[in-house]
Design a protein around this ligand. Structure first.
Ligand SMILES: *Cc1c(COP(=O)(O)O)cnc(C)c1O
Length: 366
């Protein structure tokens, strides 16, 4: 079986975890501070604020932008449910702009068309490890005086024009078990704005600056030192792991380029992709459907995933929701029926990738 994701921590993580256990400081402490410093360096920002997961990272990022009831956040309809839930949790109204099929990220033109009088924040999602078209989105936000929150959960280390994903506005990252860098559960908010970083630190700790001095109604969003200890060694090897993912992606592309009806993912010009997922589209020209491909890959012991089987709001629990506004998004509606993600992670050897290629060729019926 070749799994779609694997978690394997090294001896240094074990040693740091033991260090924390012996120190008796199990909650937020010096390990979290160290993870934050090194994480900020990797993203290329001044400040990184650790929180307990990627969803709370998004909520906290939205909260420090001081949204009022009725304020709208425009995001992608093709994302993990946390993106939408965070907007609702922050008390805002969610709207959706269609995606592009070449980067699976929100289309800047659709985003511009969705901006209205109640829009306060643009929230692009850097999906699968490829950043959204920030060269177009940043000027759009600036032109309309909008906040910018980047859902960077899947894209640590990705870049546009050499600038890190999560460094254009407020970046929100996830350190969940399946992400490129993991602490089991965990999150991080990145910014160059010292004032916002300070507010985020207070907000994650019950709104408390000094002991029992509360400035705002806050949360307990703290990460623990035990979790941070697992993440620190992965920062040192992160570049090598991304290189491995890039090589695996290139090998998949070389092996699958001539498969009829299969649309392969590509790193777009000016962008740097960290290959959290390698996601293909099974188009109408393919001899098999997406669901047939998924079933046949599973039969052959090759893990795959459908991220995501529906647009994010297309569930009964959001249907009548007063703060979920749905506009047509035909590209996303098509992509959810055609997408399938293949193993590309950094624990795959060349031979594993070749097995994936063979299995996909068989599954499509090429
Ligand atoms: C993983 C993920 C999140 C949420 O992160 P958690 O750590 O699971 O809370 C948010 N957005 C996207 C796009 C994700 O992939």
């Amino acid at each position: 079986m070749i799994p779609i994701s694997v978690v394997r921590l090294d001896e240094e993580a074990e040693q740091l975890a033991v260090e924390v256990i012996r120190s008796g400081r199990l909650a937020q402490g010096p390990m979290v501070a160290r993870l934050e410093r090194e994480f900020a360096d990797l993203v290329g920002v001044e400040h990184a604020v650790a929180v307990n997961n990627g969803t709370t990272a998004l909520v906290a990022a939205l909260e420090v932008l001081d949204l009022q009831p009725g304020d709208e956040v425009v995001t992608s309809p093709f994302t993990f449910v946390a993106t939408l839930n965070a907007i609702l949790e922050a008390g805002a109204t969610a709207r959706f702009a269609d995606i592009r099929a070449d980067d699976f990220c929100v289309d800047p033109e659709a985003l511009a068309a969705a901006v209205g009088p109640r829009t306060r924040v643009l929230m692009p999602v850097h999906l699968y490890g490829q950043p959204a078209d920030m060269d177009a989105i940043v000027p759009l936000a600036r032109r309309h005086g909008l906040g910018l929150v980047e859902d960077s959960a899947q894209s640590l280390g990705a870049a546009v024009g050499g600038r890190g994903a999560g460094s254009f506005g407020l970046g929100a990252f996830s350190l969940y078990a399946t992400k490129n860098l993991t602490t089991g559960e965990g999150g991080m908010i990145t910014t160059d704005d010292a004032h916002l970083a300070d507010r985020l630190r207070v907000l994650r700790n019950q709104g408390m600056r000094q002991r029992y001095q509360y400035e705002v109604a806050g949360h307990n969003y703290r990460l623990t030192d035990l979790q941070a200890a697992l993440g620190i060694p992965q920062l040192a090897t992160y570049g090598d792991n991304v290189k491995r993912r890039r090589d695996n992606a290139a090998r998949l592309t070389a092996g699958l380029a001539d498969v009829p009806g299969l649309r392969l993912p590509a790193e777009l010009p000016g962008r740097s992709h960290v290959w959290h997922q390698y996601t293909v589209l099974v188009t109408e020209a393919a001899p098999a459907t997406r669901d047939e491909v998924v079933a046949r890959l599973t039969e052959q012991g090759v893990g795959c995933g459908v991220y995501y089987p529906k647009t994010v709001h297309d569930y009964d629990c959001y249907r009548e929701h007063p703060r979920v506004v749905v506009d047509p998004t035909p590209v996303a509606d098509d992509v959810v029926r055609r997408c399938v993600s293949l193993p590309v992670h950094h624990h795959l050897a060349d031979g594993d990738v070749d097995r994936v290629v063979e299995a996909v060729r068989k599954a499509v019926g090429a």
